[in-house]
Design a protein around this ligand. Structure first.
Ligand code: PBG
Length: 331
């Protein structure tokens, strides 16, 4: 007599209704954050060739983007600025009239509390050498002098109306320095999102086109080495200790193990950034006809959720939120 299986996991997969009922994870629009590139001195949106479907925007586009984002119910937008002029110290980053600070002000007014306005707090878009900090005489990135600039940048972004500051520069002590500066200025209300475990990654390639990066060389002296998992957890714990309100792992897809480990130990919310290269891979593969675009997008986001991200920065935030609103399944 044949020994039939007693355990039959397929039973719960038989119909769409059963599968829907037992789904462990899902995504909701409130968990999505849209990164937006705002460029100084342009009159119309300019498509970014390496990121099909993503553009650099004039600041005037922001109210419309914010309205669409609010209607889609997403959690926020993360602003990046592309300035016309760059210098050694990234001075446009601390100037209230600098492109990013102007963009924050316009977005905050348009948002009127309907979603959060977040700003990238890093110098790489503003320095002529393209590094995330200011340089010492020997050409290395000067950690502690950079902290002083980050503190000023934080105050400028807070004054412009940002709800959340995204500290992406990977300088030691950046969370503590920014928190102290905000608190001393009476801005203990402003949220610090620490890009706690940010890896030195090839997957930032298309982003560097998007912000017209001038970087020569790489960021390996400050971003994490892809060989290290435990160090990513340590970075998150250090940032929590320094006062981070939220910690993030970035990129997401290639670092799901780090994300899961951080999610297991964090006492604060854990987010992930699905970066430009992760976006571009799926878009270009879909374009070549080798992958089902929408299912691949859905799967990539569900993987990040399964690993433990409570919110996800993704260039598909608006599109996916609109699918969810229309009741379409993700995968
Ligand atoms: C630094 C920053 C980068 C990204 C977000 N913030 C670039 C870098 O570290 O080189 C990358 C995001 C992406 O690739 O989508 N300002």
């Amino acid at each position: 007599m044949t020994a039939f299986p007693v355990r039959r996991p397929r039973r719960l997969r038989r119909t769409p209704a059963l599968r829907r009922l037992v789904a462990e994870h899902d995504l909701t629009p409130r968990r999505l954050v849209l990164p937006v590139f705002v460029k100084e001195g342009i009159a119309e949106a300019q498509p970014i060739a390496s990121m099909p479907g993503v553009s650099q925007h004039p600041v005037e586009d922001l109210p419309g983007i914010v309205d669409r984002a609010a209607a889609a119910g997403i959690g926020g937008i993360m602003l990046f600025g592309v300035p016309e002029h760059r210098d050694a110290n990234g001075s446009a980053a601390v100037d209230p009239d600098g492109i990013l600070n102007r963009a924050i002000a316009v977005a905050a007014t348009a948002a009127a509390g309907r979603l959060t306005v977040q700003a990238d707090l890093c110098l790489d878009e503003f320095t002529d050498h393209g590094h995330c900090g200011v340089l010492a005489g020997d050409g290395s990135v000067d950690n502690d002098r950079t902290l002083e600039v980050y503190a000023q940048m934080a105050l400028a972004q807070a004054s412009a109306g940002a709800d959340i500051l995204g500290l992406s520069g990977m300088m030691d002590g950046q969370v503590a320095a920014v928190r102290a500066a905000l608190d001393a200025a009476g801005r203990s209300d402003v949220v610090v999102l620490a890009y706690a475990a940010k890896y030195a990654s090839a997957f930032y390639g298309p982003f560097r086109d998007a912000v017209e990066s001038t970087l020569q060389g790489d960021r390996r002296t400050y971003q994490l080495d892809p060989t290290n998992g435990r160090e990513g957890v340590q970075e998150a714990l250090v940032d929590i200790d320094e006062g981070a309100d939220i910690v993030m792992v970035k990129p997401a897809g290639p670092y799901l193990d780090v994300l899961a480990e951080v999610a297991a130990v964090s006492t604060v919310p854990v987010w992930a950034y699905q970066v430009s290269g992760e976006y571009a891979m799926i878009e270009h593969a879909a374009d070549a006809g080798v992958i089902d675009r929408e299912r691949a997008i859905g799967e990539s986001l569900l993987g990040i959720r399964r690993a433990g991200a409570e919110a996800i920065l993704t260039y598909w935030a608006l599109e996916v939120a609109e699918w969810l609103r229309d009741g379409r399944p993700l995968a």
